[in-house]
Design a protein around this ligand. Structure first.
Ligand code: C2E
Ligand code: CA
Ligand code: CA
Ligand code: CA
Length: 283
């Protein structure tokens, strides 16, 4: 048993080594990958829970790696964040998504589709954030109100005025700011009033309890409370990770405003948004 244990440890070590080597290789390959255009964006629709119409989409970046195939953001965003490459990569994501949203608006009548873009903590503290964002909006012609920047709750915990200033300026210009992964960061709820946010994106962990029927009563209470709090502060509530119709119905009944999840659509090509918005994804 001891020998087997030893082998297991050696095996675990070898695996950890392999992971570290891959991480190292991926980190080194990031700048050239950006130059070679190996990143692409998938868009996941955001659906109005009450009428089922598509309101816009969240931009989710992927890396088409020549050796490993398509890598999800969890594999490389933390590496890009650590090396600072997140700044040019994030700028590219912003440019590309804003250009895409402008195209949707050109091609499609009706209510203009909006786009949500994730911002990582390093981008938040980068001095060029406001100027870059304005430049991208101006050169594309997209109205600031059609852009929503998603910032995680944990990135804003204990945020001082200096950190909030760029977000306040963007919000004052009409850009929406969403508090992403809300409920996972243990932030002080009273703090919410200080933040220049207009949307709470409730983390998937809270909506999971609504997948079962009947829904988990504790999760129902929590979501009820968060919706009441958000609405009293005039914030909209978006729910992520909606995978079933029962879940969508429950979240709609609880007063959530917008939903995102596999039940409506997986992240995908930007062209698909038209077919979805034309047939109005039925809740
Ligand atoms: P997130 O912002 O919380 O994005 C939602 C994640 O949930 C996405 O994973 C999405 O594909 C996944 N998802 C959507 N609907 C469902 C569902 O019904 N069920 C389940 N189980 N999952 C669902 P993804 O695309 O792997 O992105 C992971 C994270 O990577 C994102 O989490 C975000 O924090 C980060 N990320 C993605 N794109 C960017 C980016 O351009 N910049 C930055 N800084 N971060 C990004
Ligand atoms: Ca997000
Ligand atoms: Ca999220
Ligand atoms: Ca999440």
């Amino acid at each position: 048993a001891k020998a087997a244990g030893g082998n297991r440890f050696e095996f675990a070590d070898a695996e950890a080594d392999a992971r570290a080597i891959t991480r190292h290789g991926l980190t080194n390959a990031l700048p050239a990958a950006l130059e070679r255009g190996e990143f692409f964006i998938e868009y996941q629709p955001l659906v109005h829970l009450h009428d089922g119409s598509v309101r816009g989409a969240e931009a989710l970046v992927r890396w088409s790696h020549p050796q490993y195939g398509v890598l999800g953001p969890d594999r490389f965003i933390p590496l890009a964040e650590r090396t600072g490459l997140i700044v040019p990569l994030g700028r590219w994501v912003l440019e590309e998504s804003v250009r895409q949203a402008r195209n949707w608006q050109r091609e499609h009548g009706g209510a203009p589709l909006r786009v949500n873009v994730n911002l990582s903590p390093t981008q938040l503290t980068h001095p060029g954030l406001v100027a870059d964002t304005l430049r991208v909006l101006e050169s594309s012609g997209l109205a600031p109100g059609a852009l929503c920047l998603e910032v995680t709750e944990s990135a804003l915990i204990g945020a001082d005025d200096e950190l909030l200033e760029p977000l306040r300026r963007l919000a004052a210009l009409g850009v929406d700011i969403a508090l992403d992964d809300f409920g996972t960061g243990y932030s002080n709820l009273a703090n919410l009033r200080r933040l220049p946010v207009s949307v709470l994106k409730l983390d998937r962990s809270f909506t999971q309890g609504m997948q079962q029927e009947p829904a988990d009563p504790v999760d129902v209470k929590i979501v009820e409370g968060i919706v009441a709090l958000a609405h009293s502060l005039e914030l909209a509530v978006t729910v992520e990770g909606v995978e079933t119709g029962a879940q969508a119905a429950q979240l709609r009944a609880l007063g959530c405003d917008t939903a995102q999840g596999w039940y409506y659509a997986r992240p995908g090509s930007p062209d698909r948004i038209h077919t979805l918005s034309l047939c109005d994804a039925v809740p």
